[in-house]
Ligand binder design. Sequence first.
Ligand SMILES: [Zn+2]
Length: 157
Amino acid sequence: MAVLRREDTSDCFVMPGKMVLPVQYFAGRAGSQFIISLRDERKILGVKCPQCKKVYVPPREYCEKDFTKLDENWVEVGNQGVVANFTVVHYNDKHLPLKAPYILALIKLDGADTPIAHIVSGIDPEKVSIGLRVEAVFADKTTNTILDIDHFAPIVD
Ligand SMILES: [Zn+2]
């Protein structure tokens, strides 16, 4: 019986390339209500678990701790919060929302237990820090996406 051996790769060719794949996915009931409230009322909603009291922003359908179904347990959270973590994006690509460099942060809004990923603008990337207080700045025009919050800006006292 012949054994197929692939140690000799001299007849294998690799063609480098780059694919651009348009994708879309359904935001789901919780995600859709979240976007509708941003768009129509400029309110940031989360869902609160009736079991463990954890507030999820962005909302989700089930609690990750105890698997309780969360829909319709809506709570409004603040449009201010703190930078829980961040990175500075240093490269440009078509799918990115801004030209580099810009700050992509995890922001824990007042009243929420989970952070939301978003852009922080209005501060030098060298000066951003964990714990910085920021506030949502809503977009002038809706895009029916999370970018109805245009960005978060540092709160100036
Ligand atoms: Zn829970």
